[in-house]
Design a binder for this molecule. Structure first.
Ligand code: PMV
Length: 321
């Protein structure tokens, strides 16, 4: 059995985070500048069923049998074996690594789960289609926070821009013009689970108000889908900023995000917003080739810890859909 490798991108949510947990739509895109990687090699000298898991980033170096039930990497392996109906595997070592910053809204957890699921299923000669990779990764996502919408595992497993609604099949998003995004890390780590739990508590206390915000985000997201399709950059930027104002209202922004967003817009970005759970993590700004450099300088000057440039290419263009 040869070594097998699998790799999946990170992601950003362009529109609809948080509201998507409450049945609104979201738009998310893969970010191929950062990836997770898994390599599986057979362990010829070990007894069948032996599975070693090494992940230097999280200081994991253990036998699967010794990992706690809820260890995300071990859980992804076990779920895949169960799904495939495999009782005993040839002995193997699984090495996982990732360039995707953790707890930053870039989908690091879902991406590594997809890489594990794909590598294990390929290693066993039973490759899984994207929908099944996504469904298994969703089960792992539930470990990270109780009520994930499923947007992360879906956009990553399908590796294409998607319109997503909880519990429904994803729809691909057609892109009418190249869109350039700067993704800037505040350096503030936030737990998605904690932020989602906080929103739920406030929603329970003020249901009508929060439902109205989620409804507003749904309208913004569906409008954005049409503007992305027709390539109206200015309008997409305005909708991003409008979406951010809703996120401010549900109290998931953070002073460090506000500083970067303000700097990006003042330096000429079409629009900017937090992306992912918020309370830290990353913001995204929509730029063009003329403004990209000045906006990047401005956000670094304002304190961004890391900036990633990603392009969502127009349908039919290299890298585009
Ligand atoms: O921060 P991330 O990348 O885990 O994104 C969370 C997105 C939320 O909408 C806040 C939660 C969810 O499950 O969709």
């Amino acid at each position: 059995m040869p070594a097998i490798s699998a790799s999946y991108p990170g992601k950003i949510i362009l529109f609809g985070e948080h509201a998507v947990v409450y049945q609104s739509h979201a738009i998310a895109i893969p970010v191929s500048q950062v990836k997770s990687h898994v390599v599986i090699q057979p362990l010829l000298s070990a007894a069948p069923g032996t599975i070693e898991i090494h992940a230097l980033d999280t200081h994991t170096r253990a036998n699967l049998a010794d990992l706690p039930e809820n260890h995300p990497l071990g859980y992804a392996v076990r779920l895949t074996l169960t799904h495939l109906g495999v009782q005993t595997t040839p002995a193997f070592i699984l090495r996982a690594s990732s360039e995707i910053p953790m707890s930053a809204g870039l989908g690091s957890g879902a991406s590594i789960s997809c890489s594990i699921i794909r590598a294990v299923s390929n290693f066993l000669g039973k490759p899984l289609p994207p929908a099944e990779v996504s469904a298994l990764a969703f089960e792992v996502e539930k470990l990270h926070h109780g009520t994930p919408s499923g947007v992360d595992n879906t956009v990553i497993a399908f590796n294409q821009p998607i319109l997503f609604k909880r519990g429904e099949p994803m729809l691909p998003v057609t892109v009418g013009v190249d869109l350039n995004f700067l993704i800037a890390d505040t350096g503030v780590k936030a737990s998605t689970g904690d932020v989602v739990t906080g929103v739920r508590a406030r929603w329970q206390a003020e249901q009508a108000t929060y439902d109205a915000f989620f409804q507003q985000v749904d309208t913004i997201t569906l409008a954005a889908r049409a503007e992305i399709q027709s390539g109206n950059i200015a309008q997409i930027g305005l909708l991003m900023s409008e979406n951010h104002r809703c996120l401010q209202s549900i109290q998931v922004s953070h002073p460090a995000l506000e500083v970067l967003i303000e700097a990006a817009v003042s330096a000429g970005a079409y629009g900017a917003k937090l992306s992912g759970a918020g309370a830290g993590g990353n913001m995204i700004a929509l730029v063009n080739n003329e403004t990209r450099e000045s906006v990047e300088k401005a956000i670094i000057h304002a304190g961004a810890k890391r900036v990633i440039h990603t392009t969502l290419a127009r349908a039919g263009q290299p890298g585009g859909r």
